[in-house]
Design a protein. Structure first.
Lengths: 69, 254
């Protein structure tokens, strides 16, 4: 499963997307993220399952069906 | 720096030698993992183990141990590493099930040391070890689902070897030579129990059975108190040559 990785350097900073990891469990994903993105002393490092992201745009653009009777 | 009791010097030597071999095995397998994430994790753990070794070697030098000897200029039979790390036969599942118990055992032993002058070092090592052990457990969970027979067969061999590193069951609060000196705040028997409980819980809901593991190993009469093992054996000459760096000492920066 693919996980998106988010982080911030300082408390109060924006939490930004820094990459992704592929893992077989949530527990593994957290360790992989720590090992892969350990170039900073992060204040917060988090992973989100890709299927948990709620698309606002990026997929087919939403349209409003209009009846033509 | 105050002198440690002799049993305590051997105790820290066994932790250090186990970490030397952990660094070696992590490095050897760091390009053989099933995913890029596993490779990065292995390479990262190798660096951290070698960092721990550098600090522990400094402490052992302070207790009178020779620097060259500590850094690998010695016979294979003089290494006191967990015997599960002598060699790793097999593939990724066997590798994971060999290194994980040894790394956990070495950490339990370090965590039990009760010395103010080592507190900072042990806390720092613990920050790294949290992620090593978390990784091992998470990976063992997935491997237990995919290859239960192979994980079980390897653990039946490597868990008793890790228990031998911790020490014999007979070393309880009334008979543990390291605990008796006050160097540790938990007896070998207590560490063994925590170690066994951890793995029983980890595999409780999996197809890996630990019923056949010899949780009482090693017999105290067969246990070597210096090398903290009961089954003889040693790392290979080739491993020692690599660990000592002798073949590449020409390139050392002075």
């Amino acid at each position: 499963m693919k996980y998106e990785v988010f982080a911030r350097v300082n408390q109060g900073d924006d939490t930004i997307h820094i990459g992704n990891v592929t893992a077989k469990s949530d527990r593994l994903a957290k360790v992989y993220a720590r090992n892969t993105f350990n170039e900073e002393d992060w204040d917060r490092l988090a992973v989100v399952r890709e299927d948990q992201l709620l698309d606002v745009t990026g997929e087919a653009k939403p349209t409003v069906e209009v009846g033509t009777q | 720096m105050s002198d440690w009791p002799d049993p305590a010097v051997d105790y820290v030597q066994a932790i250090t030698d186990t970490k030397i071999l952990l660094g070696q095995r992590y490095a050897q397998w760091s390009l053989a993992g099933p995913s890029l994430e596993d490779d990065i994790g292995g390479a990262s753990a190798a660096q951290e183990e070698i960092g721990h070794v550098r600090q522990l070697v400094r402490e052992l030098e302070g207790q009178g141990r020779d620097a060259d000897w500590l850094n690998g200029d010695r016979d294979p039979e003089e290494f006191a590493n967990a015997s599960s790390l002598d060699r790793i036969d097999g593939e990724w599942p066997e590798y994971l099930a060999s290194i994980a118990p040894a790394d956990r055992a070495a950490w339990y032993m370090l965590d039990a040391i009760d010395r103010d002058d080592l507190d900072g070092l042990i806390t720092k090592i613990g920050e790294d070890e949290y992620f090593h052990l978390e990784y091992h457990d998470a990976r063992l969970e997935t491997l237990a689902a995919e290859y239960p027979e192979r994980i079980q067969a390897t653990l039946e061999e490597t868990l008793p070897q890790a228990l031998a590193l911790i020490g014999p069951a007979a070393h309880d609060e009334s008979a543990d030579p390291v605990y008796d000196t006050g160097f540790t705040d938990r007896s070998t028997a207590e560490l063994r129990e925590a170690f066994a409980d951890h793995y029983r819980e980890l595999f409780a809901d999996t197809d890996v059975s630990l019923e056949a593991v010899d949780w009482d190993a090693p017999p105290i009469e067969e246990w070597d108190e210096t090398r903290r093992r009961a089954d003889g054996g040693a790392v290979s000459e080739e491993d020692v040559t690599q660990i000592s760096g002798k073949q590449n000492e020409l390139f050392a920066m002075n």
